[in-house]
Design a protein around this ligand. Structure first.
Ligand SMILES: C[S@@+](CC[C@H](N)C(=O)[O-])C[C@H]1O[C@@H](n2cnc3c(N)ncnc32)[C@H](O)[C@@H]1O
Length: 244
């Protein structure tokens, strides 16, 4: 890992915490974008692929490769989707000797860019890894437009041998949300706790759109993986689509 150590030994709970996440709907959206923009190639790179939730669905339609900074996440992804190539890498200095038709970076993973300048570097990187006419797709669940200060979130897992609560409170300082996820775990009768610290960059949707345009993309923003355009007055997650 580079600057932050994310998830650590808590990686094994990731898929259980997000078991309700609708990966299928997001992959359908991606397929829709490819059709709409008549992207002819099907070589796709999923950046910050995590445990491979999107990859395992996308591989039915695309030639997929996954990259993530976290070896523990990649290990789970490799187990889940053994016929796909996964590599360890940092989106901020991505250097793959290959060009792609589609680059995805999903579930707010772009928020690990902590400044607009990091965001810009990452997007320029994506641009240079895309073929002419290719497309980048990413969502930004946490942004200035939908930010609520002081909100407490609680995620739980309740199984026979595992009871887990993950608690966090939103607090923004200088465009950075220092998310300290407190884990309370009871597993096989043993009680434990841990803290998982993530630094998350929080920016205006308009700022990100400008950076994309400056990087050379033609930009559309959709609301919540739907066909509808994102509305600034909504609390919906903006999904950015950038055409090279
Ligand atoms: C919220 S998870 C999303 C994972 C996956 N895309 C999904 O939808 O389930 C964020 C992922 O970003 C990865 N990540 C964080 N910083 C990164 C970086 N600089 N480069 C590549 N991956 C990164 C983490 O390891 C983690 O797997």
């Amino acid at each position: 890992m580079s600057s932050q150590e994310l998830y650590k030994n808590l990686t094994k709970y990731y898929d259980k915490i997000y078991s309700k996440k609708d990966y299928r709907r997001e992959c359908k959206f991606i397929e829709g974008v490819i059709q709409q923009h008549q992207i002819s190639g099907n070589v796709l790179l999923d950046v910050a692929c995590g445990t491979g939730g999107h990859v395992q669905l996308l591989k039915n339609k695309f030639k997929v490769m996954g990259v993530d900074i976290n070896k523990e996440m990649i290990d789970i992804a490799r187990n889940k989707v053994p016929d796909v190539k996964f590599i360890e890498g940092d989106m901020k200095n991505l250097n793959i000797n290959k060009r792609f038709d589609v680059i995805t970076c999903l579930f707010s993973a772009m928020s690990y860019n902590l400044s607009l300048s990091e965001f810009k570097t990452t997007l320029q990187n994506f641009y240079s890894h895309l073929k002419e006419g290719g497309v980048v797709i990413f969502d930004l669940g946490i942004n200035k437009n939908n930010w609520v200060e002081g909100m407490i979130s609680v995620d739980t897992i309740v199984e026979k041998n595992l009871k887990l609560a993950r608690i966090c409170q939103s607090h923004l300082e200088d465009n950075i949300f220092q998310a300290n996820f407190v884990f309370l775990i009871k597993e096989k009768g043993k009680v434990d706790f841990d803290i998982d610290c993530h630094d998350i960059g929080v920016f205006e949707v308009e700022q990100i759109s400008e950076i994309m345009k400056n990087a050379g993309f033609s930009v559309s923003i959709y609301g919540e993986f739907s066909k509808d355009k994102w509305r600034p007055d909504s609390m919906e997650t903006p999904v950015f689509v950038g055409l090279k």
